[in-house]
Design a protein around this ligand. Sequence first.
Ligand SMILES: NC(=O)C1=CN([C@@H]2O[C@H](COP(=O)(O)OP(=O)(O)OC[C@H]3O[C@@H](n4cnc5c(N)ncnc54)[C@H](OP(=O)(O)O)[C@@H]3O)[C@@H](O)[C@H]2O)C=CC1
Ligand SMILES: O=C(CO)[C@H](O)[C@H](O)COP(=O)(O)O
Length: 468
Amino acid sequence: MLKKQIGIIGLGIMGTNLTLNFEKNGYQISIFNRTKDKINELMLNYPKKNIKPYYTLKEFISSLNHPKYILLMVKSGKATDETIKKLIPYLKKKDIIIDGGNTYFKDTIKRYNKLKKIGIDFIGMGISGGEEGALNGASIMPGGDKTIYNKISHFLIKIAAKKNNRSCVDYIGPNGSGHYVKMIHNGIEYGNMQLISETYNILKNILLINNKKISKIFNKWNKKELNSYLIKITRNILKFKNKKNKYLIDLILDKADNKGTGKWASISALELESPFSLITEAVFNRYLSNLKEERKIASKNKKIINKKIKRIKEKIFINDLEHALYFGIIISYTQGFLLMQKASRKYKWNLNYSVIAKIFQEGCIIKAKILNKIRSIYKKNNQIKNLLLSSFFQKKTKKYQSSIRNIIIESIKHGIPTPTLSSALSYYDSYNSDKLPANLIQAQRDYFGNHMYERTDKKGKFHTNWKI
Ligand SMILES: NC(=O)C1=CN([C@@H]2O[C@H](COP(=O)(O)OP(=O)(O)OC[C@H]3O[C@@H](n4cnc5c(N)ncnc54)[C@H](OP(=O)(O)O)[C@@H]3O)[C@@H](O)[C@H]2O)C=CC1
Ligand SMILES: O=C(CO)[C@H](O)[C@H](O)COP(=O)(O)O
């Protein structure tokens, strides 16, 4: 019997491992890459009879039966456009292109519409899990026509990560929604990574703890409610030594790059007017980290305070830090899920957040114990206005707020930056305030621009001639 066929274009880190994942699951894979080296490398390292290499697009396409399933794993943006353009002349109606890259959701919407006109089906599909997930089971977020998803779901279910025997893939929603959800996944990823790195910085530069001990602290935290993929890899990174017996972390430059998904998420938050302060802080801090040379010069003006917290207090402080980090993580997921809710209403996607939380629970970078709670909250009420209104997170944040306040105060005193921890607390304090000073902003806008204001004592819009 003819094996089910998939074509994969793009044999970078992800494409190579997804090829192997498909092969393991019994599929016959045709592979193609813009340059030959990666094809040869894959065939040399993994000479499997169900992986067929092709060196021209024409041969690659001819190797697939109609309707053809073609997964693109190329760089997002121009590379994806160029690849689709080259593919079109070889395709027939009902062939399906799946874009598995980190594509900007608005580009996906455009490509879907363009391909629809010529009868080619298109699925924009977020994939998370990095190289390990691609090989052993990824978290997959497909968006597009449900009927087309139904045609490809059989193989997505196979290559997806599994959590309690359930595959971490499901239909996300119409055109663009799959890549949107992946973009938010990455936003939360940025938030959580920055929060963890601030915590590491506090342990290192306030408590003056060494890498080995910090790794042990993360290891302990990973066994409790903070359990997550990112905490686990942080633990591993911190204890990793090179051949010269030096901690590698201490040899890595303090500059963090990005490929744009966090920025896109923040842009969307601004467009949809949804508070996304913690994640945006994380994006800004990647940019700030890259100003290494300027920071070097500026740091000469900073008075370093290196007073270690007294030993007796260390235990309490680490306990506070654990709670502060969990508090921050709550806000990171809260802001991410809120933005998806906003986008779902705006673009009429009808997103199901407990399904999304389920997809995030295994195989992806933001997989974490907290998602179990998030999933059950949305399962009870898919339209809850804010996760902080759920009794679980209300109680947790109430309990941990004094810890995060202590940590921020101590960090400020020591001159240790806590942009996302501080942002988490500010968001919490604002969201939990019946009264904010926006009355003054209304008055100022009315004063200088006649923008009018609303009142507490009567309905309507009012203007005052403030200058008399
Ligand atoms: N790495 C990760 O952890 C994750 C990555 N992704 C996304 O998956 C996609 C692939 O990522 P990854 O495997 O890491 O990328 P790599 O950088 O490892 O590989 C990039 C691939 O894109 C191809 N490519 C680049 N430019 C062009 C072009 N102009 N035309 C045709 N092909 C081109 C490259 O071909 P060539 O060899 O010829 O240069 C190569 O196959 C990206 O969209 C990425 O954002 C998604 C989730 C996780
Ligand atoms: O999608 C991913 C993980 O989920 C990719 O690893 C992505 O590259 C991460 O984003 P950035 O490079 O901007 O840190």
